[in-house]
Write a protein that binds this ligand. Structure first.
Ligand SMILES: Cc1ncc(COP(=O)(O)O)c(C=O)c1O
Length: 396
């Protein structure tokens, strides 16, 4: 099938929840993908920060092939070796002692919210409320869209579950003022708001939130669904901020392209989940965890993280050059290889023009071009992508 045929089939049979570009991607290698008509693209979006190691990384493909021949799924009624090994690696290299596996970012946050409520019931006198930030994004289940600080995500789903309230991002005073003595159990926050426009938390804000949560006996929950697994140049984004959460959520790049989410917690918090308190049929199955283990081992070798830091600098410098040349470019934000270029106007037309020229990226919060290429991208590929963007900006 060609692009047009796939699009026609999608239009006829698939639920219309997405606005799609008129191409069907059929093959990928590293930072490059090809569509059904054979056109090649540089991929600066990487499946929205999922393909952290690039498309079809050999270690991930090998792990999937090997596991697929052995065992795909058994359920969590039994022990699963790749799941146990991945949990061990995640705990060894983070603040956490225990991991709950699921299938997506929303489910990881759903698990974090449920754990916080149980912890609140057991240790905080029945407190249950979670504070989240304006412009945050935590997922599309009923609880996580209620946690999300964007009206457009919540619209049309009333009545929403109780127990969530939004506060301004990066405003410690507002966080303290918002705490309800009898209700608030925790604060759920992204270190860099990915969907909200690549808004980076101040280090002082994060340290302040940690201190505030300690002082007021609240749980601090980091949503690292987008920033985790090397995206910022460190394995987890919180490592940049000198603070540790009580609970953290991961997904996106964790499974190397397979659907895998995780909720990590310290033992004293994780204890509030006992047998039967939460579950997922597919969560942490042998196949996805084998892929996750390959991702984790590859990241721990260090090369991809070092490359992320180096390439992040090259990309940021290149964007800085564009900002100097084009008055429509206002600001550059981000860390490592999660970068945003804020524009004066909406970015949709630029994204479309870049795609036509062979560069995939997207736009968040209407005006912020988002760059989340594979951590393994080369300097040459970055320069090529920047040249396309420059050409498009000059034309528009
Ligand atoms: C920070 C953050 N949390 C949660 C989610 C939801 O993840 P998923 O789409 O896998 O449910 C996303 C997705 O973009 C995200 O960026």
């Amino acid at each position: 099938m060609n692009n047009r045929e796939v699009a026609k089939l999608t239009d006829k049979y698939v639920a219309k929840t997405y606005t799609r570009y008129p191409i069907a991607l059929v093959r990928g290698k590293g930072a490059r993908v090809w569509d059904a008509d054979g056109k090649e693209y540089l991929d600066f979006l990487a499946g929205i920060a999922v393909n952290g190691l690039g498309h079809c990384h050999p270690a991930v493909v090998r792990a999937i092939e090997r596991q697929a021949k052995k065992l795909l799924h058994v359920s969590n009624l039994y022990h699963i070796q790749p799941q146990a090994e991945l949990a061990r690696e995640l705990c060894r290299h983070s603040f956490a002692d225990r991991v709950f596996f699921c299938n997506s970012g929303a489910e990881a946050n759903e698990a974090a919210i449920k754990l916080a409520r149980r912890y609140g019931g057991e240790h905080l006198g029945g407190k249950y409320e979670i504070l989240t930030a304006h412009d945050s994004f935590h997922g599309r289940t009923l609880a996580t869209l209620t946690a999300t600080g964007q009206e457009k995500v919540r619209a049309g789903y009333d009545p929403l579950p109780a127990g969530f309230r939004q506060i301004p991002f990066n405003d410690l005073g507002a966080a303290e003022a918002a705490i309800n003595e009898t209700k608030t159990a925790g604060i759920l926050v992204e270190l860099i708001q990915g969907e909200g426009g690549i808004n980076v938390a101040d280090e002082s804000y994060m340290r302040g939130l940690r201190e505030l949560c300690d002082r007021r006996g609240l749980l601090l929950i980091f949503d690292e669904v987008q920033t985790g697994m090397g995206r910022t140049g460190k394995l987890f984004g919180y490592e940049h901020f000198g603070v540790q959460p009580d609970i953290m959520t991961l997904a996106k790049a964790l499974g190397g392209g397979l659907p895998l989410g995780a909720m990590l917690a310290r033992e004293d918090v994780a204890k509030s989940f006992g047998p039967g308190s939460h579950a997922s049929t597919f969560g942490g199955n042998p196949l996805v965890c084998s892929a996750g283990l390959a991702v984790m081992k590859t990241l721990l070798q260090g090369g991809a993280l070092r490359n992320c830091v180096k390439m992040g600098k090259i990309l940021a410098q290149g964007l800085e050059r564009l900002k100097e040349r084009f008055s429509c470019a206002r600001a550059i934000r981000g860390k490592g290889l999660i970068l945003g270029l804020e524009l004066e106007m909406e970015g949709a037309k630029i994204v479309e023009a870049c795609m036509a020229e062979g560069l995939l990226l997207n736009c968040t919060a209407y005006k912020v071009l988002r760059f989340v290429p594979p951590l393994t991208i080369t300097a040459k590929e970055i320069e090529r992508g920047l040249a396309i963007l420059e050409k498009v900006l000059a034309r528009l």
